[in-house]
Design a protein around this ligand. Structure first.
Ligand SMILES: Cc1cc2nc3c(=O)[nH]c(=O)nc-3n(C[C@H](O)[C@H](O)[C@H](O)COP(=O)(O)OP(=O)(O)OC[C@H]3O[C@@H](n4cnc5c(N)ncnc54)[C@H](O)[C@@H]3O)c2cc1C
Length: 450
């Protein structure tokens, strides 16, 4: 039997531990921080994540999806708030599909509890990975007393997040490609508390967006009736976090840009001053494996900006894709990690690019009439010909299609929609059959030249 080490007890590490334990392996999960179940959940801020199909499939594989669904809140549409407080809606799916707002804390806690209940999983906390001895598969960890403890492994999954120490070690091996870039925009979390009776102050089945071109604010519901608000904005420059350096400026900025939200955020000034500005970065690297023994998963392999709501989903999909490959080989590890990396790393790169692009779409295009018309035409066509057209958003969010393939499909669709939007008088004729005929014609033409 192989001994498996997992570095990082975050979302991906705990899920991968569960999946490997179910295959009968002894799994040790080594985590830098103290047990989050003791610290983070007692009175911490509510922070939520959008879960979609890729995440759900992996959770189903691990047998924990029902437990997570108990606290997952469906969001069926985007609700856009303009400067005057007028609302417009855009369904996420074509068939009433939803993305789900899930508490990060509860999700992590549930995964850890499920994993802890397995006899063959052992969690060890307050151990920071400092190095990996690649010659004899040994993790070099530092405990709270600054003493070094070593752990030998047969196989190791590095799930130690965006600033992965294991990846840092692999960067010093020949042939390891690595690229990291900061966005220049950061984020700050605020809160819309629930009403006293536990009801919501905004519609709870939507993801709310205040798109403001160069920046935006979003809100996702929590189970206690509150919403977590996240303001994404440049760190420096004319309209930036840097400029909001006094209570008056903060108040005036919110009053001007998010007037309808202001009465809903009673602790605006306190929260704004006390909550940190988070940074946003993209990490691309390859390969994701070292020999047949070490594999990077989750943010350690692909840290992305959060604008497609896919970081965790992509990490969970790493686990499900690995599991599929493991099962297809009937548990034979020979070449498994290398083949996983060869097949899958391009998908990490693809979702990293898509996520960056979606920032522009969310903060700018969701308020643009041409963009909304495009979406309306696409949606109509897709409903008429579901086998010929699945919008890119649906491919990414409501399917298991590899991200790189989704991007290629999306590029082909964009080329067609660019031509459609050039049709004379498109704003008046968009619902006519000639528009549908044109899309069918262009699809046939693409097929001919494919
Ligand atoms: C503002 C924001 C919003 C987001 N929204 C979404 C969303 O809506 N949907 C979505 O799918 N994704 C979202 N994401 C992305 C998501 O949070 C990450 O992709 C996800 O947390 C990655 O999980 P992970 O387990 O790989 O890494 P992490 O969650 O970062 O866990 C890594 C773990 O490793 C531990 N660790 C780190 N270094 C060491 C070390 N040296 N030794 C030992 N242990 C170590 C850490 O303590 C941590 O427990 C968002 C991210 C941000 C910043």
């Amino acid at each position: 039997m192989k001994n498996i080490a997992i570095v990082g007890a975050g979302l991906v590490g705990s899920l991968q531990a569960l999946l490997m334990a179910k295959k009968g392996y002894n799994v040790q999960v080594l985590e830098n921080r103290e047990d989050k179940r003791k610290a983070e959940f007692l009175g911490g801020r509510s922070i939520n994540l959008a879960m979609s199909d890729r995440g759900w499939r992996a959770l189903e594989m691990a047998g924990v999806s029902d437990k997570i669904r108990e606290f997952a809140l469906p969001m069926y549409k985007r609700c856009m708030h303009d400067l005057e407080g007028n609302l417009t809606y855009q369904p996420y799916g074509l068939n009433n599909e939803a993305i789900y707002s899930v508490s990060r804390g509860l999700l992590n806690q549930t995964l850890m509890n499920e994993a802890d209940a397995c006899d063959n999983i052992e969690y060890k906390f307050n151990l920071k990975c400092k190095d990996v001895d690649l010659r004899d598969n040994t993790l070099v960890m530092q405990n709270l007393n600054k003493q070094i403890e070593t752990f030998k492994f047969d196989k190791m999954f590095a799930c130690d997040g965006a600033f992965s120490a294991v990846r840092g070690r692999l960067q010093r091996t020949t042939g390891f490609n690595y690229q990291q870039s900061y966005l220049g925009h950061g984020y700050k979390e605020l809160e819309i508390p629930g009403n006293e009776d536990g009801t919501y102050k905004l519609e709870s089945d939507c993801l709310h967006i205040w798109p403001r071109s160069e920046f935006m604010m979003i809100a996702l519901p929590n189970i206690d009736g509150s919403f977590t608000l996240t303001l994404f904005m440049s760190l420096t420059g004319k309209e930036s976090f840097e400029k909001l350096d006094s209570n008056e400026k903060i108040r005036a900025f919110f009053q001007e840009k998010f007037a309808d939200a202001v009465p809903l955020i009673p602790n605006l000034i306190e929260d704004f001053n006390s909550n940190p500005v988070g940074s946003l970065m993209t990490v691309k690297c390859d390969p994701w494996h070292y020999n047949d023994d070490i594999l990077l998963l989750g943010d350690a392999a692909h840290a992305i900006v959060p604008f497609y709501g896919q970081g965790m989903n992509a990490g969970f999909q790493d686990c499900s894709v690995f599991q599929d490959m493991y099962e297809a080989r009937h548990g034979n590890w020979d070449g498994l990690m290398k083949d996983f990396s060869d097949v899958h790393y391009k998908n990490g790169h693809a979702i990293a690019d898509l996520a960056l692009y979606n920032y522009i779409e969310m903060r700018d295009k969701t308020a643009d009439p041409d963009f909304l018309l495009r979406k309306k035409i696409e949606s109509k066509f897709s409903k008429m010909y579901p086998d010929r057209w699945l919008p890119l958003y649906s491919q990414v969010t409501f399917s298991q299609t590899p991200y790189a393939e989704a991007v290629e499909n999306g590029n082909r669709q964009r080329a067609i929609m660019d031509e459609v939007m050039e049709m004379e008088n498109i704003h008046n004729i968009w619902d006519d059959s000639q528009v549908i005929d044109k899309i069918n014609h262009l699809l046939d033409k693409q097929k001919t030249y494919a």
